[in-house]
Ligand binder design. Sequence first.
Ligand code: FAD
Ligand code: EPU
Length: 336
Amino acid sequence: MINHYINIAPYTTFGVKAVAKSFSIFSSTEELKSLIQNNKEKELMILGGGSNVLFTKDFQGLILVNKISGIEVVNEDDDHVYVKVGAGENWHNFVLHAIEKGWGGIENLSLIPGSVGASPMQNIGAYGVEIKDVFDSLTAFHRKELKEQKFSHEECQFGYRESVFKRSLKDQYVITSVTYRLTKKHKLNTSYGAIEDELERKSISQPTIKDVSDAVISIRQSKLPDPKEIGNAGSFFKNPVVKKNVLEIIQKEYPKAPFYPIDEDHVKVPAGWLIDKAGWKGKRFGDYGVHVNQALVLVNYDDAKGQEIYDLSQRILDDVRNRFGINLEREVNIID
Ligand code: FAD
Ligand code: EPU
């Protein structure tokens, strides 16, 4: 059933008011097909958990929320289990399910909001792991040809917060399921960020996948705002990859500037650090602002407008460019 003039704030983690002209929820590929076939609107948008979008105005088209469920083991061998998951499943619930079953590889990605179907969209990543590390394949429904198609790892063209679905195939497919290749014999990745400190604090010397997941959850809860309390969409910008000489100039003023090596000539600089050093951290303008603990996260304290948050992001972009000569790129999908 299609509803009209629905406020979609509750379907996004920013919680910004925006009215969708038409709106529906689908739970199967057949339902999706029928909704698209009968669609009279020119614009069509798919929403999962709404945790990586910012609406800057009302949406004059059809919004379809993906609720395709199901978790199924489709193959296994001595070392791996291949799990096919409905795109509408909640990502974190799936991580917890995997841990309970003893399947490893995604424990570092605990507590990332959103749906399974969006996980390949921007190749979600945290604490040294990205979806591409456990991705096997996905199925996606072509919005014009009205049929489902399989995509291999290579075809998805994963990069840092990137995939083919954000670039050349943007707005052409609806991801309906994702198959992950998870481990039975685990290779833990605890070297990133504060995971080791957190395990040490709990006196855990031989961690399980559950211990790593718990550590990641604690670290994330201490740093990132909970969207149930303060509207946000996680990191608003990507961490920029810059030439080493750009970092060297910054290091003249800030010898301890953090960075991650990429290759011989390039480094990744944390955008949160740049925005923090530019003086934006904790700045509040009425109902919107920059989070007090993480300058990379823009927040809606109560009733901010999407356009206000977007304009703030533009001011930050301009300021970081002027101060450091670095062009930041937005990570959040702007819907305008
Ligand atoms: P949505 O916001 O609903 O959609 C995002 C984009 O994908 C939109 O363009 C939408 O049209 C499209 N889309 C969604 N589902 C489908 C589908 N089935 N088929 C086709 N297109 C689709 N991200 C990280 O990578 N790492 C983090 O550590 C991280 N931490 C976060 C912390 C917080 C507090 C928040 C709020 C967000 C964080 N994010 C993080 C961002 C976000 O959680 C991820 O990008 C997540 O994958 C978005 O999922 P979603 O279902 O909410 O996507
Ligand atoms: N920093 C500051 N001030 C700040 C924020 C950060 O100085 O206000 C410094 C930190 O001290 C640290 C560095 O910047 O030295 C990096 O900060 P942090 O470890 O918090 O991670 P991040 O680079 O800001 C990235 C991802 C997150 C992911 C974490 C953990 C991007 C754009 N963001 O954040 O992903 O959870 O690493 O792996 O890559 C998301 O994509 O939405 C997201 C939250």
